[in-house]
Design a protein around this ligand. Structure first.
Ligand code: SAH
Length: 367
């Protein structure tokens, strides 16, 4: 008998299609939608499911769809898994944002470094501001200053306050972390910007905004957390005003070559380890983002690989974590320690050309 099922793995939390049949994965119990099923993975090359249990071992999955025809089904994203992931993201940032701010200030993103520039390679705060400036200029925003901005995945609001100050624009930030939203608002008040910027806890996949509200939709290093990239990009496009710009700066995996169907097993394994530490679920490539934007008929789509410009960032973060202040802050917080331990993996991913630091921008059509 041959069949397939879409499940969410209880260990790695990723959703994917599993198949069963004579030469495929064997199900001990087929289970029902909404139930857990015990499966035995017999002959799988899917490293996500075999790396820590070994081929032939058993594992529980949550069944979200079942088909009996042996067709390969498209992976779906399970609501319960998203809820668990988002709770993890909120707790991770609740726990780590204070430490980060102490050492790095109010921008929780990579710096943009250029060997020949006037910004010194050790001046990380300037490099982080430079990242914002480079992104705005890549999208030619300065030609047409925005008035209404949404900061999707706002952290403690560094980008929002910076752009409110720069353009006099009204900025609304959303984050999953209540601690971040509160801190972002307090910093805005301290800087006299609270009439311009506001922050709230809300989901980027289900934004609390009307259609067409913002002439700049800004997502600085939040896309990597999104379990459903299609929904994410749809929401960005929905809240963008006609003619509005969308800027996504995010971690991607390398583009696949025409002969490849997926990343290599060892590459998937490395990304998986990073997922666990940083509460990510679904990596995609820059080309995947471009395809998504094209499918929504967005215009002036541009993308670039900025990996070389961010190379000094993770070594610097590791160095700061190894200072006395860094170590004593880390020791109190388990989720943050897990993140810190994954930093060398990010460096490895960049060095191997597997992880790409990407910017993707586009414009919503006027009508
Ligand atoms: N853009 C900020 C913070 C980047 S850290 C900066 O540059 O400083 C990633 C941010 O994405 C965090 O604030 C986290 O809460 C947010 N995030 C992740 N998933 C999200 C989701 N589904 N909805 C809203 N925010 C999300």
């Amino acid at each position: 008998m041959v069949g397939s099922c879409i499940g969410v793995c209880s260990t790695c939390k990723s959703g994917s299609a599993l198949q069963w049949g004579p030469r495929l994965h064997t199900f001990i119990s087929r289970g029902q939608i909404g139930r857990s099923a015990l499966v035995q993975l017999m002959n799988t090359t899917d490293i996500n499911r075999t790396k820590d249990i070994g081929i032939g071992k058993r594992r529980y999955i949550n069944i979200t769809a079942v088909s009996g025809g042996g067709r390969r089904m498209r992976p779906t994203v399970n609501a319960a898994a998203i809820e668990t992931l988002q709770k993890g993201i909120a707790e991770f940032y609740d726990e780590s944002s204070g430490i980060w701010e102490n050492v790095w200030g109010d921008h929780m993103h990579h710096g943009f470094y250029e060997p020949d520039s006037s910004v010194s390679l050790t001046d990380h705060r300037s490099a982080q501001i430079r990242m914002i400036e480079e992104a705005l200029s890549f999208a030619s925003i300065s030609d047409d200053p925005p008035r209404q901005i949404v900061d999707v995945g706002c952290g403690i609001g560094g980008s929002s306050r910076y752009m409110a100050g720069k353009y006099g624009a009204r900025c609304q930030g959303i984050t999953l972390s209540p601690v971040q939203a509160q801190r972002a608002q307090a910093l805005a008040a301290a800087q006299g910007l609270d009439d311009k910027v506001s922050f709230q806890v809300a989901d980027a996949l289900n934004q609390p905004f009307q259609d067409g509200q913002f002439d700049l939709v800004w997502s600085m290093e939040s896309g990597e957390h999104m379990p459903d990239k299609t929904k994410f990009v749809n929401e960005l496009a929905r809240v963008a005003a006609p003619g509005g710009m969308i800027i996504i700066v995010t971690w991607c995996h390398r583009d696949l070559s025409p002969s490849e169907e997926s990343l290599r097993p060892e590459e998937k394994e490395l990304l998986n380890k990073i997922c666990n530490a940083f509460y990510l679920q679904a990596w995609c490539s820059t080309a995947d983002y471009v395809k998504l934007l094209e499918s929504l008929s967005l215009q002036d789509i541009k993308a670039a690989d900025w990996s070389e410009y961010v190379a000094p960032f993770w070594p610097a973060v590791i160095k700061s974590a190894l200072t006395w202040k860094g170590i004593t802050s880390l020791l109190r917080r388990w989720k943050t320690i897990k993140g810190a331990l994954a930093m060398p993996l990010m460096i490895e991913g960049y060095k191997k050309g597997l992880i790409k630091f990407a910017i993707i921008t586009c414009r919503k059509p006027e009508s």
